[in-house]
Ligand binder design. Structure first.
Ligand SMILES: NC(=O)c1ccc[n+]([C@@H]2O[C@H](COP(=O)([O-])OP(=O)(O)OC[C@H]3O[C@@H](n4cnc5c(N)ncnc54)[C@H](O)[C@@H]3O)[C@@H](O)[C@H]2O)c1
Length: 362
């Protein structure tokens, strides 16, 4: 249901952790009023509201997502709460931005995507690396044929914050985090981004995974995955996903090798795109004057004024708001259906790692 230009999009944030604050910043940059925030307890919600300058602390997240004073809900909690809160919000007629993974089980993800499609609400998931201008430039160069036929996809997504035996987080716990950790948490970002850049879909995969012994010896989810893949359009690929790679903070890197050029993008150095050819190689710098229209649209600062992660979130929220107002293309942002696909892909990774066979991705 499109909302008129005049009415403000009253937005509320569920969860005041790392990413809740990033969402809050993006909403504020959009000019939308922040109607409230919730946290794990009423006291924490009050603390967060005071610290972040938000007027209203909701006593519970259920109250927030059904409140008459809220139009758009951002769900930024641990993974196991995404599905129940998103469902409640959709049934209450809210537009929903829900963090990834959309759910911790494939059946719930498909049901939620179907509910979102039937609801008429805008329902989006922040696979925000799509909003880096130079990632969008790579996509334009694949779609307009400058890269040629895509033959090979490869790369990695590496972090180090769980590399010590004593490192822990709710994500390590299967209850709060779900059956997959490293892959659901960051591998899904890599796969979403590379599928979006190339227009290919990963159709078959085989995976091996590794889990570190952690203090306490509790059962934990996987720390690292190596994946081999085929796409529906005949390309092959591989990716390494790890949260135990010392020194690597948030190293999302991919390369797409086409029959004419190769394109490589590094999320930690997002101001340029490597364009390789049999002749000269180039590092194409972000400059709205020279980029493809789809990349220039996201390039809100002149070249030489570095853009980054927070700008991706701001652009994502702009697209979500445009869709709510019926102004932008409804599919400009990553949808619940896209996120449900990543949940299915994650499930295929776990099944393949368990029985050491190739799996098709529905
Ligand atoms: N899209 C991205 O780039 C990106 C990046 C980081 C995290 N995430 C996702 O965001 C989610 C949160 O991750 P994070 O890094 O912010 O974790 P975090 O641990 O920093 O924050 C989670 C917050 O949720 C709160 N919380 C727990 N139960 C709650 C409840 N019932 N109601 C409201 N709040 C509750 C916790 O108190 C905590 O403050 C995860 O699902 C994660 O996968 C996405």
């Amino acid at each position: 249901m499109a909302q008129s230009q005049a009415s403000p999009l009253r937005t509320a944030i569920v969860g005041a952790g790392m990413i809740g604050r990033v969402h809050l910043d993006a909403v504020r940059r959009s000019g939308a009023p922040v109607a409230g925030i919730s946290a794990s307890t009423p006291a924490r919600a009050k603390e967060a509201a005071a610290a972040l300058g938000v007027e209203r602390a909701f006593d519970s997240s259920e109250e927030l997502v059904t409140s008459d004073d809220v139009d758009v809900v951002h769900i930024c909690t641990p993974n196991d709460l995404h599905a129940p809160l998103a469902e409640l919000a959709l049934r209450a007629g809210k537009h929903v931005v829900c963090e990834k993974p959309l759910t911790t089980a494939p059946a719930t993800a498909d049901a939620l995507a179907a509910l979102a499609a039937a609801s008429g609400s805008v329902a989006a998931v922040p696979f925000v690396y799509r909003y880096h201008p130079m990632a969008a430039e790579a996509r334009s160069r694949v779609l307009d044929g400058r890269a040629g036929d895509v033959r090979l996809l490869h790369g990695h997504y590496l972090q180090d914050w769980l590399s010590e035996p004593g490192d822990t987080n709710w994500r390590v716990d299967q209850g709060a985090g779900g059956p997959s950790r490293a892959f659901a948490d960051i591998g899904s970002h890599w796969c979403d981004l590379v599928e979006w850049v190339t227009g290919h879909r990963i159709s078959e995969l085989t995976a091996v995974s590794s889990t570190v012994d952690r203090d306490g010896g509790r059962p934990a989810t996987e720390d690292a995955v190596q994946l081999l893949l085929r796409t529906d359009r005949g390309a092959i690929g591989s990716v390494t996903v790890s949260q135990i790679s010392p020194g690597r903070k948030n190293r999302l890197w991919f390369e797409v090798d086409g029959s004419r050029t190769s394109l490589a993008f590094d999320q930690e150095n997002p101001e340029s795109l490597f364009v390789g050819s049999r002749g000269e190689n180039a590092a194409v710098l972000r400059d709205p004057a020279t980029l493809s229209p789809a990349a220039a649209r996201l390039s809100v600062l002149p070249g030489g004024h570095p853009m980054g992660y927070l700008d991706c979130f701001a652009a994502f929220v702009r697209d979500v708001h445009a869709a709510i107002r019926g102004e932008g293309p409804a599919d400009a942002f990553p949808s619940f259906a896209d996120a449900a696909r990543m949940v299915r892909l994650t499930d295929a990774v776990l099944r393949s790692a368990a029985d050491r066979t190739w799996k098709e991705v529905a």
